[in-house]
Design a binder for this molecule. Sequence first.
Ligand SMILES: [Zn+2]
Length: 143
Amino acid sequence: MRLFAIFVALFCLLYSCSARSKQMEFEFVASAPEFEAATSEYRSIWASQGDRIVEALGRYSGVQIPDRRVRIIVFEGTSNSGRSGGPLRLRASYFEPVKRATLSHELLHRYLDEVPDLGVCYPEIHDIMAVILFELWSELWGA
Ligand SMILES: [Zn+2]
């Protein structure tokens, strides 16, 4: 009976994460016409793997992001997560595997921003992220 209760709790947890990712909207926007191809590649990654990425980010971080809609600007510069409610920015010139890794890295920043009392500085958050991203990337794409 106890095993069944654990199974039900895990199912509900996974189902709620999955259902939540389908409610979120990610809009990819090229900052200039020369970044349309790169923006299309990010859209394609998101269309084929976005639900898996969001589900894994929620599961590994233990939190959800409050944003229902995330605007992602593709440009040529240093990628950054922005802040909740604001746009996330991604570098256009990366190869496809680096685009996937960067997208999940910057989104993980948003998730970890929601962890109560985490209160760590920039280098420390990247130490935490390295551990999470190793597991997440291994699960999603092999390592
Ligand atoms: Zn970072």
